[in-house]
Design a protein around this ligand. Structure first.
Ligand code: ZN
Length: 164
């Protein structure tokens, strides 16, 4: 899969055009977005700016910076949504462009001992798990406030600084 047919690259192009409602903030190595479905409230992704399929394809300094930024984004997700536990996943089987999934897991989780992918799809992809515009804005604001409290994270842009 090349960049022309890559879903993540097209999502990034939409961010740059001001047309991705899930976009929260841009950092040095990637774009922070909320997941389309919010069954795991605060589910966040960090999309790599570079279209590469494996972590080791990033040059070493960039790779370390990407991992460092991911850990800071995870900290912000934890502070913003206060889950019982965070899950970190870098898979890329369906979309082979580096992107971290950060899943908050809560005390009322229906399958607390399993990976998030094993939780019932009918719950994860239920229409009710799709945030409406007001809920999306509330989640984005909550996450952005936590991101802005991390002095080591260099935020280059937010959804508020892009064209409407
Ligand atoms: Zn891509």
């Amino acid at each position: 899969m090349d960049e022309d047919s890559c879903l993540i690259c097209s999502r990034i192009a939409a961010i740059q055009a001001g047309a991705n409602p899930y976009f929260v903030a841009e950092v040095e190595t990637g774009y922070i977005v909320l997941g389309d479905y919010q069954f795991f409230r605060g589910y966040t992704l960090l999309l790599s700016k570079q279209h590469v399929t494996e972590l080791h394809y990033l040059a070493a300094p960039l790779r370390l910076q990407y991992l460092h930024e991911m850990s800071l984004v995870a900290e912000a997700v934890f502070r913003a949504f206060q889950p019982r536990k965070l899950n970190y996943e870098l898979l890329g089987n369906g979309e082979p462009h580096l992107h971290w999934h950060l899943f908050p897991r809560y005390p009322d989780d229906p399958s607390p001992g399993t990976p998030s992918w094993k939780v019932d799809k009918n719950l994860r992809y239920a229409p009710a798990a799709r945030p409406d515009a007001a809920e999306l804005l509330r989640l984005k604001q909550q996450l952005l406030e936590a991101l802005l409290q991390l002095p080591d994270l260099n935020i280059r842009a937010t959804w508020k600084s892009l064209p409407e």
